[in-house]
Design a protein around this ligand. Structure first.
Ligand code: SF4
Length: 439
């Protein structure tokens, strides 16, 4: 993992909903030092903004998330005046910074600022008149009692190719679909970004985040890397049109994981054709997995299973995940392992672990065996042990990660090497492999 790329810092929110900082490491406009803020997670409502009650419900749901955490920032689309009108009623009823997503109609941006929104997302390429962009910049500059609100500038793949001027469009597309797709696309992205930033800098406006999304993960990596080398604004990472959750999570993790590991990225949005709550869950999990955010809730690890499995582990893991997400608030590590062969090694460091075998589950809490239960009892007993351990942690009677799982595999493995060939050949009684404990 590389150190975070130092950037200017922008601040979103107000005293009522709280302040979310994005980026940091470079001095602020007063010359005061800043430190990089934790990478934040954003998402966008899927419903209509003008459907006020439903929009408020959706924002609150995304902000609450699960015990694993919720969104830090929520964006809403404001395509029509009735949407910016609705913002006036929505904003006082939610407790999270809200971003207004503006395309084409600069007037919507002005109305959203007037309504008190905390940030504007703008693709200047979608607004033809430079004067209109300047009007939006000036409105954002004087918003929030003169403190200003930030703007995200998007040079996303879908909005930078010329669409109105057909001749220009064909010329640009011709370049894009040449043999040097990334080269041309990157050149267009950087050129457009410079062009847009000039407008903002001319207005002495620097509260800017930049995004350069594409559905092509490799282009996303190249684009953000190139932009990160040239500009010092915080970067909003995302793979756009990533598709359904099942494949979109891989596409997003590939691009965002690579960039975050190289120190690039200050706020993220995972995009799925699905309920946006999954965008929040998976965005947080990505950051937790990379050690970029302090985990809230349980960290579940589980084996992939193999031919040694002797319980329905897939169902068990899903049930455990659901229960932990609802009930465990401390970042304990929980392991669900299919057998005692590799389980102990793979579960090392788990606070609570279950090792399955022969339709039973043997449960350990910080290395101490506490139960040996039948398969139908595993879920309830494991959860009870997790809750009990959580109580001890909260009362200060136990510490997370204090004692490691330290279980020596059973005799057939230790004495007979692979063991399973012997079991398969009938030379060792299979049940012997289920005797668990320190020898
Ligand atoms: S823990 Fe056991 S069942 Fe699970 S993958 Fe490893 S060897 Fe297979």
């Amino acid at each position: 993992m590389h150190a975070r790329r130092p950037t200017r810092q922008i601040v979103i929110g107000d005293s009522r909903v709280g302040l979310i900082r994005i980026g940091g490491g470079l001095p602020d406009k007063h010359g005061n030092p800043t430190t990089p803020a934790p990478v934040s997670v954003q998402t966008m409502t899927a419903g209509y903004t003008h459907d006020i009650d439903a929009c408020i419900r959706e924002i609150n749901k995304l902000a609450a998330g699960t015990v694993g955490g919720g969104a830090d920032i929520v964006r809403v689309a404001v395509p029509e005046k009735k949407d910016t009108e609705a913002l006036k009623e929505i904003l006082p009823q939610v407790n999270i910074p809200i971003v207004a997503d503006v395309h084409f109609h600069f007037q919507r941006a002005l109305e959203a600022v007037e309504a008190g929104v905390h940030k504007i997302r703008l693709n200047p390429g979608n607004i033809q008149d430079r004067k209109q962009v300047i009007d939006v910049i000036q409105a954002c500059k004087s918003a929030n009692g003169g403190k200003g609100i930030p703007i995200r500038i998007g040079v996303n793949e879908g909005s930078i190719i010329e669409r109105r001027d057909k001749q220009k469009r064909m010329k640009e597309l011709g370049q894009v679909f040449s043999d040097h797709k990334h080269g041309y696309m990157l050149a267009i992205m950087i050129a457009k970004l410079e062009e847009y930033l000039d407008i903002f800098y001319e207005q002495d406006f620097h509260d800017i985040a930049i995004s350069a999304k594409s559905m092509d993960a490799s282009l996303v990596i190249d684009a953000y890397t190139a932009i990160g080398e040239r500009f010092n604004h915080p970067l909003h990472l995302g793979v756009t049109h990533a598709g359904p959750k099942e494949t979109g999570c891989i596409r997003s993790a590939a691009a965002l994981g690579a960039m975050l590991a190289s120190g690039i990225g200050d706020t993220i949005r995972i995009s799925y054709a699905n309920d946006p709550i999954y965008e929040v869950e998976d965005g947080l999990e990505l950051l937790y997995s990379m050690g970029l955010r302090e985990r809230k809730g349980a960290d579940l690890i589980a084996c992939p299973t193999c031919g040694r499995i002797q319980v329905d582990l897939f169902t068990l893991v899903q049930d455990v995940r659901k229960q932990l997400a609802e009930k465990i608030t401390v970042p304990m590590k929980v392991a669900v392992m299919g057998c005692i062969v590799n389980g102990p090694g793979e579960a090392e460091g788990a606070d609570v672990a279950v090792f399955a075998g022969d339709r039973r589950g043997i449960i350990y809490v910080q290395g101490e065996k506490v139960a040996n239960v039948s398969e139908p009892e595993i879920l309830d007993r494991l959860l009870a042990e997790c809750l009990n351990f959580q109580g001890r942690v909260l009362r200060g009677e136990a510490k997370l990660g204090e004692k490691k799982v330290d279980i020596i595999p059973p005799d057939p493995i230790g004495e007979l090497g692979s063991g399973y060939e012997k079991i398969a050949a009938g030379q060792v009684e299979k049940r012997a492999s289920l005797t668990i404990g320190k020898s």
